[in-house]
Design a protein around this ligand. Sequence first.
Ligand SMILES: NC(=O)c1ccc[n+]([C@@H]2O[C@H](COP(=O)([O-])OP(=O)(O)OC[C@H]3O[C@@H](n4cnc5c(N)ncnc54)[C@H](O)[C@@H]3O)[C@@H](O)[C@H]2O)c1
Length: 270
Amino acid sequence: MSTRFSLDGQVAVVTGAQGRLGPVWVDTLLEAGAVVWALDRPGASASAGFDALQARSDASRLFIGTADVTDRASIEAARDAVLAKSGVPSILVNNAGIDQPPDSGTSRARIEDLPVELFRRMVDVNLIGTFQMMQVFGTLMVERGSGSIINIGSLYASVSPDQRFYDHFPGEPPFLKVPSYGASKAGVVSMTKYFSTLWGGYGVRVNTLSPGGVLGAQDADFKQKYSSRVPLRRLAAEDDLKGPLLFLASTASSYVSGHELRVDGGFTAW
Ligand SMILES: NC(=O)c1ccc[n+]([C@@H]2O[C@H](COP(=O)([O-])OP(=O)(O)OC[C@H]3O[C@@H](n4cnc5c(N)ncnc54)[C@H](O)[C@@H]3O)[C@@H](O)[C@H]2O)c1
């Protein structure tokens, strides 16, 4: 592989690392040679994907730690652990995030009854959590004079969810994909631009990687409706996300900052 894509000797931090996509980012960074700190909130239960990755990984390059991105003290404790063992990281992937799955209780509220607390919680984790991570870890990169920060956005930062993807779900009131998720992710895209300008003079690049829907346990009707709406005619596979992440993390993207890289199969081009 070209050294342009090598992360040998680099230290990376990934938040929300033990969920669905966390292991995809961690695996990509490990494969490219980095030492990776996989952080998640205290008490998070690891996904099967994360367990499998941990089982096959070299324990001298994969460290597991805790950080609740909504809690500044928790982030600072994680920073201290990373610094003590590995030094200043050069890559930060702000992946921790919450959405509202179709089978959750609040997904059946009418828009006028949607609990405002749900809105606040999504903004707190997805947007303010990303902000606090950049405050604590990004500042270290600024002091050192280099780094790449990748904030995980979403397709729904750019476009509203198409409620017709979900209109085959039975139940009353009908399932409603909430407004707070996309709003919080649009905030992430905007904040990425802010930090890219603030820190560009200090050698720190800041970009957003926005995945489209990733193939998982969705029902057949959803998959058919969603896929027919995508120019590439399918949901993303986990592997589709690895190249874009490596591009943004490595010197292959040395002149890319403030960008939103949409990995959505062309969804937003239509
Ligand atoms: N899966 C998709 O199709 C998809 C598509 C677009 C964007 N995304 C984004 O990718 C990221 C990862 O999504 P996922 O599908 O892996 O979700 P997931 O729910 O499987 O994983 C999210 C992880 O974040 C952690 N987390 C939640 N609150 C936290 C907090 N306060 N502090 C630290 N960690 C916390 C959870 O413990 C979990 O491990 C999210 O930002 C999500 O919005 C996912």
